[in-house]
Design a protein around this ligand. Structure first.
Ligand SMILES: *[C@@H]1O[C@H](CO)[C@@H](O)[C@H](O)[C@H]1NC(C)=O
Ligand SMILES: *[C@@H]1O[C@H](CO)[C@@H](O)[C@H](O)[C@H]1NC(C)=O
Ligand SMILES: *[C@@H]1O[C@H](CO)[C@@H](O)[C@H](O)[C@H]1NC(C)=O
Ligand SMILES: *[C@@H]1O[C@H](CO)[C@@H](O)[C@H](O)[C@H]1NC(C)=O
Length: 419
């Protein structure tokens, strides 16, 4: 008995003191318990934005501020969604497209920065008050913490200014490369798993195909888990450009007409325009009594909605991912289906473009059409020898997929290399 207690005490002390002497005791348990480090890449609307007004030449209402002393929460801040104040907000959020440079600028007198790069807080919650409407990567990170992960150490976030298309995110993409490298080094040179949501995925594809070479990918990336990726764009963007779209997936009640000028100004909107890679010339995107619009007459579409700046934005941003060639890293492509998703819009005479259209639905996750989400199927056997697995999650809505048990389980398998 005494011997048993002594042996137990010795064992206990060994664990307490840790060090190399204890290594032989844990039977490789450490390997089994620690998943690979993770970098989270959020989507459209998926990063907190802060703004400082440095002296606006004009405002849209007397209630709007021209100047502030410090940065305040611009996105997501539910307090700003009240009458009149929402107009100030939309005006501050807007970008101005410079047709000379082909790049977007903030509104004059508006300074905008992204909160929390390298942490998880700003991608777990979009609203700093942690209102349920702003719940984002929380469920995935919370699950990871329950598996032993530590926020800011082996799970980190890479928020960005999601109003912009990838060609306007050069500084961010360089920081992303550094973040992946440091996350690898801080975690004993373990390869990193990228977990993207929504637009974060075509943005990651752009990064992997343009910012790093194959040797870098082989060294730093274990796999890329894409959740709800609009690889080839989304039909919601067509409605957004024509009539405005109230982003109903945030469950925030916003009148579409108030948002149109702002949404049109985002170069990320043009980046997500339906691409001919997934939409055939015979697929009708939108129609009025006098015309059908397809991927072949997009210039006419922008002309007819009286927004030719959109055509300039389209030429800059819509085909940045070219023909959507595979990223050259292992991909686990996870997407929702079985949720009615706009497939085609029709405007009755007198309604185009200012009033909401009638929508005809097809398959998808409510936001991303199935034909766009499934582009990753083309990469099987076509990904520089790297694995591609494809996982359909039935009835997983575009936002709800982030808390769907099947999706979280797929993330777990990817980070423990079980897929
Ligand atoms: C915010 O803008 C004001 C007005 O231009 C300026 O005085 C102030 O220094 C800015 N605040 C920060 C934190 O940059
Ligand atoms: C567009 O950019 C050019 C070059 O930087 C600049 O000279 C011009 O003033 C900008 N145009 C507008 C409307 O801001
Ligand atoms: C639009 O396409 C539909 C289906 O092909 C066709 O029936 C219709 O006549 C077209 N409308 C116009 C205005 O060309
Ligand atoms: C994309 O594919 C089309 C049709 O196969 C081809 O004509 C075009 O050159 C390709 N574009 C790029 C950027 O590879």
């Amino acid at each position: 008995m005494r011997r048993t207690i002594a042996a137990f005490l010795a064992l206990f002390l060994l664990f307490l003191t840790g060090g190399t002497n204890a290594r032989w005791l844990d039977f490789g348990a450490k390997k089994a318990q620690t998943g690979l480090p993770v970098v989270l890449i959020p989507g459209d609307g998926g990063s907190q934005l802060e703004s400082n007004l440095t002296g606006k030449p004009s405002v849209v209402h007397y209630v709007c501020s021209k100047q502030t002393a410090d940065y305040f929460d611009l996105w997501l801040n539910l307090q700003l969604f009240t009458p009149l104040v929402i107009d100030c907000w939309a005006d501050n959020m807007q970008l101005v497209f410079n047709t000379t440079t082909g790049l977007s600028e903030n509104m004059p007198g508006v300074d905008i920065r992204v909160a929390g790069f390298g942490g998880t807080e700003a991608v777990e919650w979009l609203d700093k008050s942690k209102a349920s409407q702003g719940r984002y990567f929380f469920d995935i990170v919370d699950a990871m913490v329950s598996w032993g992960y530590r926020r800011g150490k082996n799970v980190v976030g890479a928020p960005f200014d999601w109003r912009r298309s990838p060609n306007e995110l050069n500084d961010y993409l360089i920081e992303l490369k550094t973040l992946i490298e440091t996350t690898y080094r801080w975690n004993e040179n373990q390869k990193v798993v990228l977990v993207g949501h929504s637009m974060g995925n075509p943005l990651s594809l752009y990064f992997l195909n343009n910012y790093v070479d194959q040797a870098w990918k082989d060294k730093f990336i274990s796999s890329f888990v894409s959740l709800a990726a609009p690889w080839a764009g989304s039909m919601q963007i067509v409605r957004l450009f024509a009539s405005g779209y109230n982003m109903n997936y945030y469950r925030v009640i916003l009148p579409p007409s108030k948002l149109r000028a702002m949404q049109r100004s985002f170069s990320s909107s043009a980046f997500l325009f339906p691409s001919p890679v997934a939409w055939k010339p015979t697929d009708i995107l939108a129609s009025t009594a006098v015309k059908n619009y397809t991927v072949e007459n997009i210039k006419e579409f922008f002309h007819d909605i009286d927004y030719m700046v959109g055509w300039e934005q389209y030429k800059q941003a819509a085909r940045l991912n070219g023909n959507l060639t595979a990223p050259g890293v292992a991909v686990h492509c996870v997407y929702g289906t079985g949720v009615p998703t706009p497939e085609r819009f029709e405007w009755a005479p007198g309604y185009f473009p200012d009033y909401p259209p009638t929508e005809f639905v097809g398959d998808g996750d409510g936001t991303v059409n199935k034909k766009s989400a499934t582009v990753c199927n083309n990469w099987i056997g076509n990904n520089d020898g790297k694995e591609v697995t494809v996982h359909e999650v039935f009835q997983a809505d575009h936002m709800a997929i982030l808390k769907h048990p099947n999706a979280i389980e797929l993330v777990r398998k990817a980070i423990y290399q079980l897929l």
